[in-house]
Design a protein around this ligand. Structure first.
Ligand code: IPD
Ligand code: CA
Ligand code: CA
Length: 262
């Protein structure tokens, strides 16, 4: 299976889903429903997912597809497509222009993500990572930042929808990290946060409580841009494990030290 061919198909469908999302943005056509009191979904998430799911299914009948809003197709083949049809629905529904489509392709044989596509349709930014081939933004090579002192770094994070349990709401980690860094941001899209680490806008990122569709694409984009992605204890990253620590690699040890202290 040719990785470049799959990546190029994934880019095309991300661009098309971007058109669906852009058309709805800040329009009266958005309707919101509640998955829980704090977790929303819109008709646009569903429309984007339907388009992406059907396109992948038709093009690659033997690939597994797992998408956030419930579309599932299990196959025996090597590849799993993790699809977030609209990452940062909250931003989108509030008219805040920081959201994306995230498509990560995981190889069961290689036990890792091999392709990551993250497309921000508002800013027309297409982030791509292909295992062994590098990371790109709109076709140009990108690299992580060179900062090697966490004290002058800017990190991003996010908080789970259910913030009531103090053990899992990320506040202990946030409290441990905030005094050690220059700045912290909560932008609202895990996939874009990771892409921003990849292109050096952020120096690092951590978050608990995520799903494979939030991380599978962004994690390989960071790695291919020269960064490091692990679990909080430094073990190899696994998209099925809900926590992620990503950085430009130079501040990774310090980031993990703060996370373990929390
Ligand atoms: C969410 C975003 C957010 C993160 C949440 C995710 P969604 O995804 O990535 O940044 O903090 O944990 O669930 O629900 O908007 O696709
Ligand atoms: Ca998401
Ligand atoms: Ca989503």
């Amino acid at each position: 299976m040719n990785k470049n061919e799959i990546a190029s198909f994934a880019e095309t469908i991300a661009l098309n889903a971007g058109k669906i999302i852009s058309k709805g943005f800040r329009s009266k056509s958005i309707s919101i429903s509640y998955k829980s009191r704090t977790n929303i979904v819109t008709n646009i998430d569903k429309e984007s997912e339907k388009y992406l799911f059907n396109s992948i299914k038709d093009q690659y009948p033997d690939h597994t597809v797992i998408a956030e809003e419930g579309s599932r197709r299990e196959r025996e083949g090597e590849f799993i497509w993790y699809v977030d049809p609209l990452d940062a629905t909250n931003n989108y529904a509030h008219g805040i222009p920081y959201f994306c489509i995230s498509i990560g392709i995981y190889s069961i044989v290689e036990q890792r993500s091999i392709i990551g596509i993250v497309y921000d349709p508002f800013h027309k930014e297409m982030f791509k990572g292909i295992y062994g081939q590098g990371a790109f933004l709109n076709g140009d090579i990108i690299e992580v930042s060179r900062i090697d002192d966490i004290g002058i770094s800017i990190l991003a994070t996010g908080f789970p929808y259910d913030k009531t349990d103090p053990k899992s709401n990320n506040l202990d980690e946030f409290n441990a990290i905030l005094p050690c860094v220059q700045g912290a941001r909560r932008m609202g899209s895990a996939a874009l946060d990771l892409s921003y680490v990849a292109c050096g806008r952020f120096d690092g990122y951590w978050e608990p409580g995520l799903f494979p569709w939030d991380m599978a694409a962004g994690s390989i984009i960071v790695e291919e841009a020269g960064g490091k992605v692990t679990k909080y204890n430094g073990d190899p990253f696994d998209p099925e494990c809900p926590e992620i620590a990503a950085s430009n690699s130079r501040i990774h040890k310090e980031l993990l030290t703060c996370l373990c202290r929390s």
